[in-house]
Design a protein around this ligand. Structure first.
Ligand SMILES: Nc1ncnc2c1ncn2[C@@H]1O[C@H](COP(=O)(O)OP(=O)(O)OP(=O)(O)O)[C@@H](O)[C@H]1O
Ligand SMILES: [Mg+2]
Length: 1025
């Protein structure tokens, strides 16, 4: 939003001067020049006068062009960006597209001021912004448009002392656009090629580039085919410029490279290879023709003296290259055919001078026709094809005029006269259009018109082109008069007709002026300055005469391309024709047509200024520029523009720019109309006296008002920027906050959903958990969401307890003791011992069991009874037969009885007599192995450990260690004691001071478990099942 409101003043600080001369406080030449100079020093080569662009040639590559720059100007308004050619091109393009108006861009300025470069930048801009959809036909037209410049420059440009790439013809190019604004065709008009350059050039200048490109760029073989040598110094026409190149400022500074580029460009445009070859042959023929010299032959006997060509081979070459018969070429060079009286034809021999003149005229004409043919060929390819206005809508046109600038040479001839007349015409158009437009605008807006003083060059134009009395008319008169009319007589006629004209003088009329030569020079006071013309060869150049013989010769060429250039050679020699129009009249007519054409379009102007004569970058010669500023009428332009009103703006645009400076209009006004709002704004500033209100625009009289407004705007902009930033930052923060809130809400709901889903899942899975016998043993807990992990852990624990409770609840009380013992055994052995007999029913008192102890059960019962009476124990915890080993390494069969009070060692062999009784509390520790054997070591408090192996069980080798450990541990637990249980495969024992280790060895062949001793260690030999 901000960017589009930025005016060019914002993009360019005051240190760059005023971007528009209209904004100057005082309009004097001094101020104008100062601003121009200041901007030029800062590489600001473009400045506006309203909508006119003033451009100063920088003579160096500036980073002002290219796709990025184009993008900055595309679609913008003129005032939005710093002054630039692109802005003008864009304005012309937009005016055309928006209003369907034909527009034209007129580029003027003196030679070397940068007109051709400007036109190229304009074309590039138009090519870059059009055809976004890449239609093939449009791309083709764009390619031709862009490539045509290169070809035309090769044939129409030459190095001069003013400009190394000077256009030696005027060019006006129309680009046709369809209703979508894409280029669909184009047409090039060329004006007055300076063909005399083919013959002769000033010192330091060159012939047209094409010749040097042909010689330096062609392949060796092609040169040979054309009988050419590479060195341009060998040809009269190119000798003068042989040592010079195309120019240091040109990127394409070598003729070889350019030759390649031009040939390529011709191919892209659509020239066939035959056509290109033909063009090269014609150029070669011209070079050869230039070297032809004539000699007079001696009178020899009967034969009359005559004329001959010095070097006959040249005639052969010319004949070959132009595909014409050799003798006809020779005859056309040496003589002319005249129709005498009726139908009779006479051949009339030339003198040396006549022959040379005819040869030169022919060379010039051939080159000119070649140039025109190239232009026509490009036009025929580029022509907008198959366009039907009823179907396609009306085509609109942008014209670009790049025409030679005002020229003053040391000696000025007919060409300069034409060129300067052309510039007069264009200046006239400029004056008319600018004034006319202003006037129209004032009328449209209902504002009183105030006339401005400006120099109207209409009288000079009149002096040149007026019928009957104008200089061109007098010249034509002189040409058509029979008899020897000399240039001198022509000058005298001029003097008589224009002796009182304020813009005309000659030595005769002004005898004291020594700068003019008597009888040769006349002077015109052009709008751009005084120019002295020499009348020498005026008549000749105007007549532009070429003998019919050459025309016929070339028309009869076997080369169809060359033939097509000479349609007038078809005419029969005896036919009496109207006198052809003179060069001057042709030129005048083309200028009138051009000006008419331009006047029908909406014009945009680019006024080019040349900063110095030496092509030096960064130097602006004040006098030199002042002169150009003066004759281009730039000051008048500013004055007209400011004629009372320095600036005008539609009300909405004015408001958009300045509304912040007034409380009624900021941010939006509530008044009836924009006009009323503008009025309120100006009243607040006290500026209402300096403006006029049009119907749709506000007219501001002095730049000071504009500056005042600009200044108060500039003061407010930072505040507004802050305001906008504040609002925008706030908005951004609010957006972020809202987003965060939304994120949290979503997260909350998502979590809730996850928790719910998880709980539902749990509920579903645990539905059947209530039912016995498993009570949900196999239920897999689903992985909980992270937030539920602790909850699930707790639940899991609760569930386990609940399930245990359900299981325990169903156990009969009689089994409880066994269960407790098993739980205790599990606590002590789970994971440490392979098998601890959990699956079995634990019977405890095995010695009382009939199955386990069939022979001794009765005896044992008696013993038990006796013991109960004696010791009064409550219950038998465990009893079993054992094999024991003592500290004397003796092993014996014994029985062990654990009651809730004592541990008894019994002798089964003697009715279970008690051999030893130990209070149960004295047993503090048990050691068992990790294997399946039934070894147990009972550690007593008094260091008298009992090492036994349970045996003689039914079934044999029954696994009862777990039972013993569980029962003892559970009992101790019940009594509040802790019983240590060790699991180890190498158990240390201590028997009244004797320390040993006990281990187990499994032996399949061992019939009964038994102990053996060796090296102070016990080994239980265990029969493996
Ligand atoms: N915008 C520019 N940036 C850089 N160099 C430039 C620019 N404009 C012109 N020049 C330089 O100035 C030289 C002359 O410019 P150009 O050929 O456009 O002049 P011209 O006005 O067409 O002259 P003429 O009337 O002789 O044809 C160019 O060859 C180039 O070196
Ligand atoms: Mg040019």
């Amino acid at each position: 939003i901000l960017a589009s409101n930025l005016g060019m003043e914002d993009m360019e600080g005051p240190e760059y001067g005023k971007p528009d001369f209209v904004l100057l406080d005082q309009l004097t030449m001094e101020d104008f020049m100062k601003n121009l100079q200041l901007r030029f020093e800062k590489n600001r080569i473009y400045t506006y006068i309203g909508e006119v662009l003033v451009s100063v040639n920088p003579y160096q590559e500036l980073p002002l062009y290219g796709p990025e720059a184009i993008a900055r100007y595309q679609g913008r308004e003129l005032y939005e960006r710093p002054p630039h050619l692109y802005a003008v091109a864009n304005a012309a393009y937009k005016a055309m597209k928006r209003r369907s108006r034909d527009t034209c861009i007129v580029i003027s300025g003196e030679s070397g001021a940068g007109k051709t470069e400007a036109s190229k930048h304009i074309m590039q801009y138009i090519a870059a912004v059009t055809n976004p959809s890449r239609r093939a036909e449009v791309e083709r037209v764009k390619d031709i448009l862009l490539n045509s410049t290169c070809v035309l420059e090769a044939f129409g440009n030459a190095r001069t002392n003013r400009n190394h790439n000077s256009s030696r013809f005027g060019k006006y190019m129309d680009i046709n656009f369809d209703f979508k604004g894409d280029p669909v065709g184009g047409h090039i008009h060329s004006y007055l090629l300076e063909k005399s350059r083919v013959l002769k050039q000033h010192v330091g200048e060159r012939n047209f580039h094409a010749f040097y490109q042909l010689l330096r760029g062609s392949e060796e073989q092609k040169l040979q085919e054309m009988h050419l040598e590479r060195n341009p110094a060998l040809y009269n026409f190119t000798r003068q410029g042989a040592g010079l190149n195309m120019g240091v400022h040109n990127v394409m500074d070598s003729d070889e490279k350019s030759h390649r580029a031009v040939t390529e460009a011709m191919a892209v445009i659509g020239f066939s290879s035959e056509e290109v070859a033909s063009v090269h042959r014609i150029l070669a023929a011209i070079l050869h023709m230039g070297n032809i010299e004539f000699v007079e032959t001696e009178e020899n006997g009967l034969q009359k003296g005559g004329l001959a060509v010095a070097e006959a081979a040249l005639v052969d070459h010319v004949a070959e290259l132009t595909a014409t018969p050799r003798d006809l070429v020779l005859r056309s060079l040496l003589a002319r055919t005249v129709a005498s009286g009726g139908r009779e034809l006479i051949e009339k021999g030339h003198t040396v001078a006549e022959a040379s003149y005819a040869r030169d005229a022919c060379a010039k004409a051939v080159y000119q026709r070649l140039f025109e043919w190239v232009v026509d060929r490009i036009n025929s390819i580029m022509e907008a094809r198959d366009r039907d206005p009823r179907r396609d809508g009306k085509d609109t046109v942008i014209g670009v005029l790049d025409i030679y600038g005002f020229e003053v040479l040391p000696v000025n001839s007919f060409e300069q006269f034409c060129i300067n007349y052309c510039n007069e015409k264009l200046q006239q158009l400029f004056v008319q259009l600018i004034l006319k437009q202003e006037q129209e605008e004032y009328e449209r807006e209902g504002i009183a018109w105030q006339s401005v003083e400006y120099f109207n060059n209409a009288t000079i134009v009149e002096l040149v082109e007026r019928p009957h009395r104008g200089i061109l008319a007098i010249l034509d008169e002189a040409c058509s008069t029979a008899g020897p009319v000399t240039d001198r007589i022509f000058l005298q006629t001029l003097d008589t007709h224009h002796r009182h004209h304020p813009h005309y003088s000659s030595r005769q009329l002004c005898p004291t002026d020594k700068t003019m030569e008597f009888g040769r020079d006349f002077r015109i006071k052009h709008y751009a300055g005084d120019v002295t013309y020499s009348v020498e060869r005026f008549i000749d150049k105007n007549r532009d005469f070429l003998f019919q013989d050459f025309k016929r010769l070339l028309y009869n060429s076997a080369d169809p391309i060359l033939r097509a250039m000479w349609p007038d050679g078809q005419q029969d020699i005896t036919e009496v024709t109207k006198r052809p129009l003179t060069a001057g009249t042709l030129f005048k007519n083309s200028m009138v047509a051009l000006v008419e054409n331009l006047a029908s379009k909406e014009p945009f102007y680019v006024r080019c200024i040349k900063p110095n004569e030496d092509k030096v970058p960064g130097r602006l010669d004040e006098d030199h520029c002042r002169h150009q500023v003066a004759y281009l009428g730039l000051l008048e332009n500013v004055r007209v523009r400011r004629a009372g009103f320095a600036s005008r703006q539609p009300y909405p645009r004015f408001l958009l720019r300045y509304k912040m400076t007034c409380e009624y209009t900021w941010p939006n006004h509530l008044l009836g109309s924009d006009r009323a709002a503008v009025s309120a704004l100006l009243e607040q500033h006290g500026l209402q006296g300096d403006v006029a209100f049009g119907h749709s625009k506000l007219f501001i009289r002095s730049p000071r008002t504009l500056v005042t407004l600009e200044q108060s705007r500039a003061r407010l902009i930072p505040i507004i920027v802050l305001l906008l930033q504040k609002a925008w930052r706030g908005t951004l923060a609010r957006w972020r906050c809202r987003r965060l809130k939304a994120i949290y809400t979503i997260m909350r709901w998502f979590r809730r959903h996850k928790v719910r889903a998880h709980l539902a899942e749990l509920q579903q899975r645990f539905q059947a958990a209530r039912h016995p016998p498993l009570y949900g043993r196999d239920i897999v807990w689903p992985p909980p969401p992270a937030v539920l992990q602790p909850f699930q852990d707790t639940c899991h624990a609760l569930f386990c307890r609940w399930r245990a409770r359900q299981l325990v609840k169903n156990i009969p009380p009689s089994d409880m003791a066994q269960i407790k013992a098993k739980v205790a055994a599990m606590g002590a052995l789970q994971g440490l011992r392979q098998d601890w007999g959990c699956q079995r029913a634990w019977a405890r008192d095995y010695l009382s069991s009939g199955t386990d102890n069939p022979t001794g059960a009765r005896l044992f019962a008696e013993r038990l009874k006796a013991l109960r009476e004696k010791d009064g124990f409550g219950a038998v915890l465990f009893s079993s037969h054992v094999r024991k080993v003592n500290r004397f390494r003796k092993s014996r069969d014994r029985a062990l009885l654990f009651t809730d009070r004592h541990l008894y060692k019994l002798d089964p062999g003697r009715q279970y007599r008690v051999m030893r009784a130990v209070p149960l509390e004295a047993v503090t520790r048990l050691s068992v192995t990790s294997g399946r054997d039934q070894l147990v070591v009972l550690h007593a408090r008094n260091q008298d450990d009992l090492v036994v192996c349970l045996h003689r069980s039914q079934p044999t080798l029954d696994n009862r260690i777990g039972e013993l450990v569980g029962i003892l541990a559970a009992h101790c637990q019940g009594e509040g004691r802790n019983l240590e249980v060790h699991v180890s495969d190498c158990i240390p024992v201590s028997q009244r001071g004797a320390r040993r280790l006990v281990s187990v060895e499994t032996r399949p062949e061992q019939p009964e478990p038994d102990f053996c001793c060796s090296h102070g260690a016990f080994t239980l030999l265990w029969p493996s099942p």
